[in-house]
Every structure is written in structure tokens, then in C-alpha cells.
Write a protein that binds this ligand. Structure first.
Ligand code: NAD
Length: 500
């Protein structure tokens, strides 16, 4: 079995008390690798290493061009290590070969490449000549926010890490990265790659372990300047409360219950496979998945018949098999959670269209579930309101475009969504009216790191990716340089000094 330590101050080390735990392969329920189980003592060690690296200036004093060069080297090393990363990701997270290859490893590669580009274009200081109300120069300066606590979920471990590590490094920050206890492996591999590419010791640190207190201790650590959290709403609220206690800068990327809207003029040859990809990719364990399918009432029966045919083409199976298009769920807990939501759909009167059980042909010790679809669902049913994070698609009927928009927006979430239509102007007009951070038209799940990603409403606060995401890792400072030699009564000082 492979063994991994914590990554602190540029090297792997055991947890202070020597504790270890194993990560389970979701495809067969067996442990596949052993990891150090950090305690809050190790959290403190990692944060102090990040703080020392920040204070030394070893990273923040590099020019953006120097940092960009290292970010490009990280992207190159990710390409060199591609297959090892894919293999680790599959065994840790249960994602298919296609998903690990494309979304995780290539996605992270693109993220580092894009942030190298942002870095090269960065202007750390901009000076403007002013008369306010006298001659002055105003300098607006970007400074790295400091020590970042980066906390990520289990579903896209390597890509999610890159969404935090790449901008934090580009901005000149140092960080402590905490992956999900279920998927710790590739965060450690990323830290090693960063170090090999020239990131100095202490700039990136990784703590792993099953202790539920680790994340909380990291968020509450007094030397942490910013928390960047991706995960569930339940934990996100705790993180925000903890940040409030110390007034800590906090970014939240949380859950979703997005709508896929098929318009009456949609080309069903692409819209039906699109809706399936939008909801069943990675077994539905994707935050921005289109898990509510809104269909025009008049076309309901035709769409349901075609969906039923097409879902049968989803190949549930061993994620190591390149022909599998859907692997297992991450854990038994997630599988049982999905089963509870399916039961709630039966109980609340929805009609099963496809699936609804564990597949018989897969490893019975793995956490597999069939792609499942229900119709006759109302938007106020439990499974239409709550994030399931399993392969369950619910169909809701609408009568016209305004009605579809009302249903799409009738959710506490606002993360993703899609509209399928031959009329791009009509679809774009509707996208403008949907309360959501990302809308795809005739597409799904494509995330270009050049553009911002994040949630409206309870799907989060702030943005990752794009120049907006990078700016979240800076403090902005304004320096006012007074240039007037005139007497004080000519400007603000006259408000407090006696004239004469
Ligand atoms: P989770 O909230 O259970 O865990 C996320 C991370 O938080 C893990 O590393 C966990 O160990 C840590 N954590 C647990 N308790 C903590 C605490 N008290 N303080 C700080 N950290 C703590 O989420 P999950 O089950 O790993 O992931 C699924 C969730 O993530 C879904 O809700 C999904 O929508 C969301 N997600 C959102 C996005 C997005 O970009 N908006 C992306 C991916 C996943």
C-alpha cells in the first residue's frame, strides 16, 4: 500500500503523534493508500510554516513575471505526471478515467497555465495624478492577502485544489491546503510538484486526516488571513461564523440545485444527451449539475421517452475501465443518502422513469447507483429543493418561458444551469434573467479558468477563477501622495486649523 505524510515546510513528515489512516477506493470498498492523520498540533505547525514563508518575503517579493514562470513550470510538471495523477485520483475519488483525465488533471493544468497568463499581465501598482482638492498622486497597490486556509471537497480533488493554489501563488500568498479526508492524495502530489517547480518551502503546506476538528482549527487559526472554502452549505455556514469571530476574509463556494431548461425549439438530438451529461457526470456529484430538468408541458411525453432511451446508454462500471461513463459514489454514506432521496420521491408521489436502485452488475462492495430519473415532480418536493449529490434527475413541467424562469429561480441556490434552444438570442435573454453564477446555452459543465465561477444566493460568496477570482487573493491599498506646496487653508487642513 502507498504511504503519504503531511507536506509541511517543503517536505513530507509524519503527524506529530504518528497517527495514520487509510483512504477507501469507492469502486471496491477497499483501502488503497495510507495517509498521515494530522491533529490540531499539525495544523498549527503548517500555519506557522506558511506565516514564516510569508513574512520572509521569499515568495511575495518575487515579481509577477517570476511567479508566472514557476506557475508555467507547475503546469508542465502536471503534464509529465499526468498518468500517475489520473491513477491516484480514480482510486481516491471513484471518478471515471475520462473524468479524472479531463476535468481533474487537464482542468488543473489549464488553471495553472491561465494564472501564469494573469500573472504576466498583472500591474501591482497603478498611479493616477489627481486634484483632490489639491495636487496629489494616488497609488493603488495590490498586496498578497497573506496566509490562506484553502479547504476543498471530495468531488474534484486536484482541480478544486488548483482553483485555490494557482491564484494564491499568483498573488504571492502562502497557504495551507486541506483536502477532504476521503480524497487526500492528489493535494499532496500537487504540493510536491509545486516544490519541484521552484515554489519555496513553507509557501504551500498540506494537512490530511479524518479528524473533523482539522478544518475548524485551520479556519480559526489566528495567523490565517483568508479562508477559501469549497464544500457543503452546512459546513460553509460554520466556516462563515468562525470567520466572523475574527473578521477574517472569507470566500465560500457551496452547493447547488441548478435547472436545465429545454425550450420548445430545442434540438433534442443534442439537448437530451446534454441534459444527461449535465446531471449524471461524476454520478451527480458536481456542485453546478443540472439536477432539475424543466420541460415544456406540450413536449413532456416525447422528452421523457427519449430520455429513457438515452439514459440506457450510460455505462455504470469500474472507473478504471475506459468504457465506463459513470463510476461509484464517493462513500456508503453518500450512497445511502441518495437512496433516502429516491425514497422521498416515491413517498411524495413522483413517477420513476429510469433506475432507482443499486446496479446488479457492479462490484457489490463498491458504492454504485443507477442513473435515476423521476417525472411528475413539483418544485417544492424535497428532492427538487435539496442538493442530493447523487445521480438523480427530476423532471418538472412548465407552460411558457416566464414560468420556466420562475421555477429555475425558485431555489435557495444559484450556481449553474443551462438552456437548450435553436434560438440563441431567446436563450441568452433568458440566461440574463436567471439568478445563477454560470449559465450554459446548448452546453454543460465547461469551465474556462479565464472567466469567473461562483454562486448567487446560498451557493456562495465571492468568485473563483477569472481576474475576479485572482483579485480575491489581494488586499488593495491606496497611497495618497500630497504634492501641493500651498498653505493649509487651501485644502482640508483648513477645517481644523485656525485661519490667519
Ligand atoms: P463538506 O462540506 O462535507 O466538506 C468540505 C471540506 O470541509 C472537507 O475538506 C471537510 O473535511 C472540511 N470540513 C468539515 N468540517 C469543517 C469545519 N467545521 N470547518 C472547516 N472545514 C470543515 O463537503 P463535501 O461533502 O466534501 O463536498 C460536497 C459539497 O461541496 C457539495 O455541497 C457541493 O455542492 C460542494 N461543492 C461546491 C463547489 C462550488 O464550487 N460551489 C464545488 C465542489 C463542491
Amino acid at each position: 500500500m502507498e504511504r503519504y505524510g503531511l507536506f509541511i515546510d517543503g517536505e513530507f513528515s509524519a503527524a506529530q503523534d504518528g497517527a495514520v489512516y487509510t483512504s477507501i477506493n469507492p469502486a471496491n470498498g477497499l483501502p488503497w493508500a495510507e495517509f498521515a492523520a494530522a491533529s490540531t498540533l499539525d495544523v498549527d505547525r503548517a500555519v506557522k510554516a506558511a506565516k514564516a514563508a510569508h513574512d520572509s518575503g521569499v515568495w511575495r517579493n518575487k515579481t509577477p513575471a517570476e511567479r508566472a514562470e514557476i506557475l508555467r513550470r507547475i503546469a508542465d510538471l502536471i503534464s509529465d505526471e499526468h498518468m500517475a495523477l489520473v491513477m491516484a485520483e480514480i482510486q481516491d475519488s471513484g471518478g471515471t478515467m475520462r473524468k479524472a483525465n479531463g476535468a481533474d488533471i487537464m482542468g488543473a493544468n489549464m488553471s495553472f497555465g491561465q494564472h501564469a497568463e494573469f500573472c504576466e499581465a498583472l500591474q501591482l501598482e497603478e498611479a493616477t495624478e489627481e486634484f483632490f482638492p489639491i495636487e496629489a498622486t494616488s497609488i493603488v497597490r495590490r498586496e498578497p492577502v497573506g496566509v490562506v486556509a484553502a479547504i476543498i471537497p471530495f468531488n474534484f480533488p486536484f482541480a478544486a485544489a488548483s482553483w485555490k493554489v494557482a491564484p494564491a501563488l499568483a498573488a504571492g500568498c502562502t497557504l495551507v491546503l486541506k483536502p477532504s479526508p476521503l480524497t487526500p492524495c492528489t493535494a499532496l502530489m500537487m504540493a510536491k510538484i509545486c516544490t519541484e517547480a521552484g515554489v519555496p518551502p513553507g509557501v504551500i503546506n498540506v494537512i490530511t486526516g479524518p479528524d473533523a476538528e482539522l478544518g475548524a482549527a485551520l479556519v480559526a487559526h489566528p495567523l490565517v488571513n483568508k479562508v477559501s472554502f469549497t464544500g457543503s452549505n452546512e459546513v460553509g455556514k460554520k466556516v462563515m461564523k468562525s470567520c466572523a469571530d475574527r473578521v477574517t476574509n472569507c470566500l465560500l463556494e457551496l452547493g447547488g440545485k441548478s435547472a436545465t431548461i429545454l425550450l420548445d425549439d430545442a434540438d433534442l438530438d443534442i439537448a437530451i444527451p446534454g441534459a444527461i451529461f449535465g446531471s449524471f457526470f461524476h454520478s451527480g456529484q458536481v456542485c453546478e449539475s443540472g439536477t432539475r430538468l424543466l420541460v415544456p408541458d406540450a413536449k413532456h411525453d416525447e422528452i421523457v421517452a427519449r430520455l429513457k432511451q438515452e439514459i440506457a446508454n450510460v455505462v455504470v462500471g469500474d472507473p478504471m475501465d475506459v468504457t465506463s461513463t459513470m463510476g461509484p459514489l464517493i462513500s456508503l454514506k453518500q450512497l445511502e443518502n441518495t437512496e433516502r432521496y429516491v425514497q422521498s420521491l416515491h413517498d411524495e408521489g413522483a413517477t420513476l422513469v429510469f433506475g432507482g436502485k443499486r446496479p446488479e452488475h457492479c462490484d457489490e462492495n463498491g458504492f454504485y447507483y443507477e442513473p435515476t430519473c423521476f417525472t411528475d415532480v413539483r418544485n417544492d418536493m424535497t428532492a427538487a429543493c435539496e442538493e442530493i449529490f447523487g445521480p438523480v434527475l427530476v423532471i418538472i413541467r412548465y407552460v411558457d418561458d416566464d414560468h420556466a424562469i420562475r421555477i429555475a429561480n425558485d431555489s435557495k441556490y444559484g450556481l449553474g444551469g443551462s438552456i437548450w434552444s435553436r434560438d440563441l438570442e431567446r436563450a441568452t435573454g433568458m440566461a440574463r434573467r436567471i439568478e445563477s453564477g454560470t449559465l450554459w446555452i446548448n452546453d454543460y459543465h465547461l469551465i474556462n479558468p479565464k472567466y469567473p465561477f461562483g454562486g448567487f444566493k446560498q451557493s456562495g460568496i465571492g468568485r473563483e477563477l477569472g481576474p475576479q477570482g485572482l483579485d480575491a487573493y489581494f488586499e488593495f491599498k491606496h497611497i495618497h501622495v500630497g504634492r501641493s506646496s500651498s498653505r493649509p487653508e487651501k485644502h482640508y487642513l483648513s477645517m481644523i486649523l485656525k485661519e490667519g
